[in-house]
Ligand binder design. Structure first.
Ligand code: ATP
Ligand code: MG
Ligand code: FE
Length: 345
């Protein structure tokens, strides 16, 4: 089955063609980062308008890359939520219109299921069951995954998501949006131990996260430095490293707990923050100690992309799922509400 995937949940227009027999055929992405950077974050209305502009050229590009004529697909999958409603509607309307014109089914895909399954596109995909750490701009969740659509939420953030903490901390340090890659880059020059920030909620049992206090701790340190004049590049790097280390250690402690609690050996990390090098290294070391393994996607498939939506959509379409006539979009949509993939008789 060949599926066109369309991702427009936030500030990336992602398009891909996935074939269940041959794998990923082509994908293309347009990131609106430069458009939103001047505002320090995503402006929803601008995002929707830009998706309108990018969709058709990107689609032409992927069909051409795959050596296919537009419409040579068996189905269209699109991100139905969670995300910005206006942005989702653009992708959803486009997907439904194309599916109608081409006479093929359409399916609305859960954005976080897309992230979760992105590591399946790599050479050594994880086998079920596993523990997944979803760490993105809007989510920080630990999930027990027994199959596609078989999700048990083990813990999540009470306040900011991990990616959001990176973005907000970067902003208060005067760094551009998105903050994750900026902080990671600066941290490379940081001197370990110069700034030590708290590891929130690690001193009590459980798998709940909280990152807003960490951001405040950085703000306090930042203001103390700023009182002595403009912080220099080394101070910036030291704070970045202190912050990144605190987030990575906190995530690692909780992942270890989740593996112990479930008795599972495989850990999957997904979402934009899973592109973080320090996080990958720490989780490699931690899972190796437990005789386990960690799986993740290449950096381009950690952040938003069309490939993960084409892939996730394809798995569900193969199992016979498809939308009724309307455009499904949901700003909020708990992943546990998804149906399991029914095994075909
Ligand atoms: P959601 O998927 O929850 O709806 P989103 O789609 O905005 O949110 P993603 O695209 O998965 O989130 O990821 C973007 C986030 O990842 C941003 O917060 C960004 O700062 C963060 N990020 C990207 N690269 C890195 C990195 N190398 N280190 C840390 N954070 C990173
Ligand atoms: Mg984005
Ligand atoms: Fe995302």
């Amino acid at each position: 089955m060949r599926v066109l995937g369309i991702e427009t949940s936030c500030d990336e227009t992602g398009i891909a063609l996935y074939d269940s027999e041959r794998g990923l055929l082509a994908d293309a992405l347009f990131s609106q980062i430069d458009l939103h950077r001047v505002y320090g974050g995503v402006v929803p209305e601008l995002a929707s308008r830009d998706h309108v502009k990018r969709l058709v050229p990107l689609m032409r590009e992927v069909f051409a890359k795959a050596g296919l004529q537009p419409g040579e697909v068996d189905a269209v999958a699109y991100t139905a939520g969670p995300g910005l409603v206006g942005a989702l509607l653009v992708g959803g309307a486009c997907a439904r219109a194309l599916a109608f014109a081409w006479g093929v089914p359409a399916l609305g895909v859960h954005h976080m299921e897309g992230h979760l399954l992105a590591p399946m596109l790599e050479e050594t995909p994880p086998a079920f069951p596993f523990v997944a750490l979803l760490v993105s701009g809007g989510h920080t969740q630990l999930v027990r995954v027994d199959g596609i659509g078989e999700y048990e939420l083990l813990g999540e953030s009470l306040d900011d998501a991990a990616g959001e903490a990176f973005d907000k901390t970067a902003k208060l340090m005067g760094l551009p949006y998105p903050g994750g890659p900026e902080i990671a880059r600066l941290a490379e020059q940081g001197r370990p131990g110069t700034f030590v920030f708290p590891r929130p909620m690690t001193d009590r049992p459980g798998l709940t996260f909280s990152f807003s206090g960490l951001k405040t701790a950085v703000l306090t340190a930042w203001q103390a430095c700023a009182e002595q004049g403009e912080p220099d590049a080394q101070t910036l790097a030291d704070i970045a490293l202190g912050f990144e280390t605190a987030v990575v250690e906190t995530l690692t402690i909780k992942c270890r707990r989740a593996l112990k609690q479930t008795g599972l050996k495989r850990l999957v990390i997904a979402g934009g923050v899973s592109a973080n090098r320090r996080l990958r290294q720490q989780l490699e070391a931690m899972t190796a100690e437990l005789n386990g393994n960690v799986f993740y996607a290449r950096p381009a498939y950690c952040t938003d992309n069309g490939a993960m939506i084409a892939y996730a959509g394809c798995q569900r379409l193969l199992a016979g799922q498809q939308d009724e006539g309307g455009i499904e979009t949901r700003a909020r949509w708990p992943m546990e509400q998804l149906p399991p993939i029914a095994l075909k008789a």
